[in-house]
Design a protein around this ligand. Structure first.
Ligand code: NI
Ligand code: MN
Length: 226
């Protein structure tokens, strides 16, 4: 399994059988180096409704003929706009051709058009993706929560954890998340996109190392093989 960091919480996951983009946010992202039009993929996984996670999902899914996998409400929302979708909900898993996807809890909100007329799109989620014998955990946007210990039961090879603070866990809580999840490697996400989520990911990596965890900070465009 190869993971490429595309900035913010956006990653491309390449398995033997599929290309999967998680939380596509490229066209409006201040840190992305490619646009949605540059992506080719078979599946689009969306953790929650917020535009910095779902913003390019419809465009990519429609152009590539890719299937959007998300909670039921997000799936219905994009399905009504013409996308191929597969709706799920937390605790549920499904065997796709490339591997197994399970929706996990996340503590956050999930809406689009936040403002006078927000549309609430179900509950926020994370994803456990198991393919090629490896398990990836994308936490989505979330606070720290005790049940991360349950998410870790099957073992996690690579965990993507938000460290930005303000909207999600900050670095201190993400360190505790590492204690709960015990991934072989963790990659920080959801930081330095805007001033409100400015963080020092290298300090997080050092602190995690001192606590016995392995954190790899990926540059935008950089890949890691697990
Ligand atoms: Ni969010
Ligand atoms: Mn977000």
């Amino acid at each position: 399994m190869r993971l490429t960091y595309l900035g913010h919480s956006t990653v491309l996951v390449e398995t033997k059988q599929a290309r999967i983009i998680i939380d596509p946010y490229l066209n409006e992202s201040p840190v992305a180096r490619i646009k949605a039009a540059d992506v080719t993929c078979d599946f689009v996984l969306v953790t929650h409704g917020h535009e910095d996670h779902s913003g390019d999902a419809l465009e990519i899914a429609q152009r590539c003929g890719a299937t959007i996998v998300a909670n039921y409400e997000i799936a219905e929302y994009f399905g009504a706009q013409g996308a191929k979708t597969h709706g799920m909900n937390p605790g549920g898993a499904h065997q796709f051709p490339f591997g197994r996807v399970k929706l996990t809890l996340a503590h956050h909100t999930s809406s689009v058009n936040a403002g006078l007329n927000p549309i609430y799109l179900g509950v926020p989620c994370g994803f456990l993706v198991t393919a090629d014998g490896k398990t990836l955990y994308h936490a989505g946007d979330t606070a720290l929560f005790m049940d991360m210990q349950l998410i870790a039961r099957g073992g996690i090879d690579l965990a993507l954890l938000p460290i930005g603070d303000n909207f999600t866990m900050g670095p201190a809580d993400a360190l505790t998340a590492l204690d709960f999840l015990k991934p072989k490697v963790a990659v920080p996400i959801h930081f330095n996109t805007w001033p409100q989520i400015a963080q020092d990911p290298q300090k997080f990596a050092v602190d995690a190392g001192n606590a016995g965890h392995t954190v790899r900070v990926l540059e935008v465009g950089e890949s890691i093989d697990v």
